[in-house]
Design a protein. Structure first.
Length: 301
């Protein structure tokens, strides 16, 4: 399935309608087994989990949230300068949805097709959602779909659509059931976690350079949101098995070295989860869930 040239919405302001017509050129992404290992290590895989860290293992594979890596440059490179009062320093990564459309090759040459999907005027802020289809270059088959939502403070007030569309799993609220979690996984991150994860493609100095982090109001560099999303996705995978999509809302920051606590509730073929920091009790992932590929099928660990 190809992306439409433009996602037309009758509620869009002219400003947004024009921005949607600015179609980015497809971008290529190539990777090897080394990149798979580097990513898996970046979200906490260990030397004992050879299926994720040793290319010679019979079941060597990428952890499923690797799907956020090939699209990263494409989605983060979408121009937003057309927004009124746009200030990149006021941009926050709000939500991420990843749909895994097929087996993940352990090496490959991919092509990203990117479009503006939805823009919401929140008054004092703007919500912008970009969709990226990542395809195998040789076959044209879609391997991943990502929907990336960012919030830009101070860039609203241009009129148009204010409430988002229902896009199924990508926009589900995923409220945890009113019962104790069915499963809980704790895992401590390394003090060098951000330094390692950035090698998978997100070189934002916010995650490595103390002076830059201080400019953002942080006492020290913070962990990438997509990194602790990967940790949580790994927790769900190890507990409940293979899933075909994952959606999270970034609700707080994690400092490298903190312990992540993922609480999970299984509801049919969906696993709803939240992730907190043990040390501060701060919720960092909310409105989060995966859709299991097959009920009660667990990976061979």
């Amino acid at each position: 399935m190809s992306l439409p040239e433009v996602f037309v919405d009758s509620e869009d302001s002219q400003l947004v309608a024009d921005a949607k017509k600015d179609i980015p050129e497809p971008s290529e992404f190539s990777y090897t087994e080394r990149d798979i290992i580097l990513y898996n290590l970046g979200i906490g895989a260990t030397e004992k989990e050879l299926q994720w860290t040793y290319e010679g293992h019979d079941e060597f594979a990428a952890l499923p949230t690797f799907g956020v890596v090939p699209q990263f440059a494409a989605s983060s490179g979408v121009p937003l300068g057309w927004l009124p009062n746009f200030n990149p320093a006021k941009l926050l990564h709000g939500e991420q949805y990843l749909s895994i459309k097929g087996p993940i090759p352990t090496e490959g040459e991919l092509v990203n097709e990117t479009r503006l999907l939805e823009v919401l005027d929140k008054g004092k802020a703007t919500s912008v959602t970009t969709v990226v289809h990542t395809k195998d270059k040789a076959t044209g088959n879609i391997i991943f779909e990502n929907q990336v939502t960012v919030f830009i403070r101070g860039a609203g007030g241009f009129g148009g659509k204010r409430s988002g569309s229902d896009r199924g799993a990508a926009t589900a609220t995923n409220a945890p059931p009113r019962r104790a979690p069915d499963s809980i996984v704790e895992e401590r991150t390394s003090s060098s976690q951000a330094a390692l994860y950035r090698l998978s493609g997100d070189y934002n100095p916010l995650h490595i350079y103390p002076e830059f982090a201080a400019m953002g109001g942080f006492d020290q560099p913070i962990l990438h949101g997509l990194c602790f999303m990967g940790f949580a996705g790994k927790h769900v995978l190890k507990t409940y098995g293979v899933y075909k999509d994952i959606k999270v809302r970034f609700a707080g920051v994690v400092y490298p070295g903190e312990t992540l606590v993922t609480e999970m509730w299984k509801e049919g073929n969906k696993v709803i989860f939240t992730t907190k920091t043990k040390e501060r009790g701060t919720t960092v992932l909310a409105a989060a869930a995966v859709t299991l590929a097959e009920e009660d099928v667990k990976p061979k660990l």
